[in-house]
Design a binder for this molecule. Sequence first.
Ligand SMILES: *[C@@H]1O[C@H](CO)[C@@H](O)[C@H](O)[C@H]1NC(C)=O
Ligand SMILES: *[C@@H]1O[C@H](CO)[C@@H](O)[C@H](O)[C@H]1NC(C)=O
Ligand SMILES: *[C@@H]1O[C@H](CO)[C@@H](O)[C@H](O)[C@H]1NC(C)=O
Length: 591
Amino acid sequence: MVDASVRKRKQAVATQVPAAGSTKADQSALNKKTAGTVRLTPILSLLLVALGLLLFQQPQLAQRLFDVVTSITSGDAPLPGTGQGVGVQIEADIEKRDAVVEAFKHAWLAYERDAMGADEYHPIGHRGSNLTAAGGIGYTVIDSMDTMLIMGLDEEYQRARKWVENKLDFDQDANFNTFETTIRVLGGLLSAYNLTGDALYLEKAVDLGDRILPAFNTPSGLPTSMINLGKREGVMNPDTPDLVSTAEAATLQLELRYLSWLTDNEEYWEKAEKVMRVIKDARLATGLASIYLSKNDGRYALSAIRLGSRGDSYYEYLLKQYIQTNLTEPVYRTMYDDAMESIDKHLIRQSEQAKLVYTAELIPQHSHSGEVIWRLAPKQDHLVCFLGGSLMLGATLTGATTHPVSIPPHASQLTREGKRDWINGVELIRTCMKTHDTQTGLAPEIVHFRIPTDGLEGSIMPNDWYIKGAKPGAPAPYDARYILRPETVESLFVAFRLTGDQRYRDYGWSIFQAIEKYCKIESGGYASVLNVDKVPVEHEDKMETFLMSETLKYLYLLFEDDKTLPLSKYVFNTEAHPFPIFNPTIRTGFS
Ligand SMILES: *[C@@H]1O[C@H](CO)[C@@H](O)[C@H](O)[C@H]1NC(C)=O
Ligand SMILES: *[C@@H]1O[C@H](CO)[C@@H](O)[C@H](O)[C@H]1NC(C)=O
Ligand SMILES: *[C@@H]1O[C@H](CO)[C@@H](O)[C@H](O)[C@H]1NC(C)=O
C-alpha cells in the first residue's frame, strides 16, 4: 500500500496530542493616536500667512498641493506592485508563450514514448510507475489534458483522449489518497469536460466521484485520508489513524460542488460542504487552522499552524469557494476574511535586514508546567508562494468597495483590509522571487529566515534567508531541492492578470529559463534538482505530474492574452484545473 499524500504535500512528522490550545503569539495592538488640541503659536501663524501668499501668487503650485493632499486622504495613491499597467489590456507575448508550449511537448512526448498510461514518470530511467501495484488511474494523463487543450495541442490531446476512453479504469482494489485523487484526477476530468463538452469526461467523473464519496462516512463527516476505489471504502492512514489533514479535507469542495452542479446530484456537494461546517464550528481562538483535525469529533488536534504543507489549500479554497459561487455565498467570505486577518496578525513577519515579508509557522510545545506554548518558527515552504497571488486576488474581491475593480486596482477601490492584503501579497511575491537567488535561479523547497536568536554568524550568512542544514561538501538537505513546483509562477500569473505589470512576466521568464537550463533532460522530460544552490546539478529521476498540469500551464497563461480563461469567468482548482464560475442553485446550509 502506498501513501500518496507525500507526493504533493509533504508528509509531516506526526506526534500529536489532541487538545485545544490558544496561541501566545504576540498580537500587535493597534496604536490609535488620540488627537490633541491644536494651539497655533504666533510663529506657526506667520508661516501659514506666508504659505497663503505664496499659493496666491503661484496657483499651479496650489493645485499640485491640493492634488497631493486629496490623493493621500482619499487613499487614491497608486498601490504598490502595480507598475505602469494603468487600464491595461493584456496581449500575448507570442515568442515566450510558444517557448512554453515547446517545453510542454518536450515533457509530454517523452512520457508518451516511455510510459504512456503510467501514473508517474521517471525521465532519466525512461520508465513509468504506478501509485499502487493494482494499476494506474491516469494520474499523469488526466492531469495534463486540459493543458493540451489550452495550448491547442490537438494531436497530443486526441491520443490522450483515446487512452481515457479505452484504458482508464478506476476499479482498482487499492488505497489512493483521497485529496490527490480528487484534485488531480477528478479535477482534470471536470475541466476537460468544461473545455470540450465531451460526455466521456463527465461519465468518468461521475464514476470516480461515486467511488470517492464513501470517504466521508466517518463520525464527524471529515473524509478519510485514503479511499479504496475498487471496494469503495474509506481507509485511514495507519500512521495517523484518527487524524485528517486540514488542507486535504478542505480542498475537495470546488470539485464536488461542480460535479453536483453538472449532474444535479446534491450528494457530492452535501458531503463536501459538511466538512466546511465542521471546520467552521471547530474555529480556534486565533482564527487560524492547525494542520490536523480529529476524524471522530471534528475538533482541531494540537498540531502546527502553517500556510505550507497540510495547511495551504484550506486558505486557498476559502477564497475560491466564494469565487466559484459567483460571490453569492457570504459564509466563505466571512471565513476567508477571518483567516486573512489572523494570518496578518500572527503569521506575517519581516526579515531582519532586507525587510522581506514572509509567513512563519507556529509550533506547539509543552512547557515544564505542562502548559502549551506556541513557538514561532521562521520557516516558509515553497508551497506558501501561492499565497501572494491569492491575497492580491482576494483583495480585489472581498477587500474591494466596487466590483469589478480596475486593472490595476486603485487604492480608493480597496478597503483597509483589501489594501493590507494587496500589500502583503505583493511583498510575499517579492520574497518568493528573492528565494530564487541561488546558483541555479531555482527556489528551494523550504527556506528559513534569519532571526536574532538563531545563533548564525552574519558573515557566513549574508542573506536574510538560508537553506537549513546546507553545508559545503555535505549531502544536500531535503530542504534544498526543487521538484518542479508551480506556486511561484501561479502567483506571478495572477498578479500579472490583476496589474498588467511587466515585472511579473520578467520574473516568470527567468524561472522558466532556469527550469530549461537545469531541469530539462536531453532525451526528453524534466527532472527534480536535488540542490538548487549547486552547479552542476544533480537530478532526482522524477517528473512530478504538476509540471504539466500547473507549472507549464501557469507559465503559458502568464504569456497568453487575458481572453484565455479570464479570471472573471474561471476559478482554478489547487492543481490548476480551471472550473467555471456559476450561480449555484443549491444554497449553503449553514452560516
Ligand atoms: C501501470 O498501470 C497501467 C494501467 O493499469 C498498466 O498498463 C501499466 O503496465 C502499469 N505500469 C507499470 C510500470 O506497472
Ligand atoms: C465551461 O465554462 C464556461 C465559462 O463559464 C462556460 O461558458 C461554458 O459553457 C462551460 N462549458 C461547458 C461544456 O459546461
Ligand atoms: C454572477 O453574478 C453577476 C451579478 O452579480 C451576474 O451578472 C453574472 O451573470 C453572474 N455570473 C454567472 C456565471 O452566473
